[in-house]
Ligand binder design. Structure first.
Ligand code: SF4
Ligand code: SF4
Length: 278
């Protein structure tokens, strides 16, 4: 285990960390990444119908959807209508290919009681299927709602950042398939530098709302340090169903214990005071 002293850059990633940069301003919603992920990882299809919420049919990340392209319709005008002015890069639809963030401090890994979830030599987070016992502890421990227990085998599943491909010197299937380079793969240090340049370029071209999600220097990663899967967003994190300040549930245990202790003390004092009056 590498120590915090060795953490690099403002993502807090370890040296040699590999990750994703998903630039939502380049996404055209073709879902090639979703399909390539399913094909390479031999995942079955999910919902093949309409959700009724958008043109997106898979709906969310899950045990058999490790990349999910969200279609978000923006109705920012008066009375919830579309605004007249067409914003640059993406129109009134925001598209964003979501994925496991391979967190620098991963809640799923900390919660797993069997050691099934490991940090690899690429600083990515992988669930070892032969060790997972399906207890599901990792599911609520992830602040992004990524892992899910499969209905097929009862075990937890999520993106492996194509560990098998990366080990063989290949890029992950989603990044390979993306026709617009909305998904880029590489050393996190390089991706962060590229993201900063891209955000500066977007600002110069009038998209002043662009920012990096996952860089702790910019906020948005709260108590979990940075992410090895960075995103360039143009709206608030919640618009993309991402938490603005993700927090690990285990970090709340101390606070919950203190508040319970405080309540117990207050009750005790009240009880003693009541007894004295008798
Ligand atoms: S996003 Fe969730 S599943 Fe992925 S590494 Fe972070 S805590 Fe684990
Ligand atoms: S392949 Fe690229 S452009 Fe197509 S949906 Fe995925 S991220 Fe968007």
């Amino acid at each position: 285990m590498l120590s915090d002293v060795q953490l690099i850059g403002t993502t807090g990633s370890r040296p040699g960390a590999m990750g994703f940069l998903t630039d939502t301003t380049l996404c055209i919603g073709c879902k090639a990444c979703e399909v390539a992920c399913k094909q390479w990882n031999q995942l079955p299809m999910d919902n093949f119908g309409w959700t009724g919420h958008s043109y997106d049919h898979t709906g969310d990340l899950g045990a058999t959807t490790w990349r999910h392209v969200a279609f978000i319709e923006r109705l920012d005008g008066a009375d919830g209508q579309r605004v007249d002015v067409m914003p640059p890069f993406q129109s009134h639809w925001l598209m964003m290919s979501d994925v496991c963030k391979h967190c620098v401090r991963a809640g799923c890994l900390e919660a797993c009681p069997t050691g099934a979830i490991i940090r690899t030599e690429f600083d990515t987070v992988v669930i070892q299927q032969e060790i997972c016992n399906g207890c599901g502890y990792c599911v609520p421990a992830c602040p992004f709602g990524v892992p899910e227990l499969s209905l097929f085998d009862g075990k937890a599943h999520k993106c492996t950042l194509c560990y098998d491909r990366v080990t063989a010197g290949l890029e992950p299937a989603c990044a390979k398939a993306c026709p617009t380079d909305s998904i880029q793969f590489g050393p996190v240090e390089h991706l962060l530098e590229r993201a900063r340049q891209r955000v500066a370029d977007l600002h110069a071209r009038g998209v002043t709302s662009a920012y990096i999600y996952g860089d702790r220097a910019v906020g948005g990663t709260h108590g979990i340090d940075g992410l090895n899967a960075l995103f360039i967003l143009t709206a608030e994190p919640e618009v993309y169903n991402l938490p603005a300040a993700p927090e690990l549930p285990q970090d709340k245990v101390g606070r919950a214990f203190l508040s319970t202790l405080g309540a117990a003390l207050a009750l005790g004092v009240a009880a003693v005071a009541a007894l004295r009056r008798l």
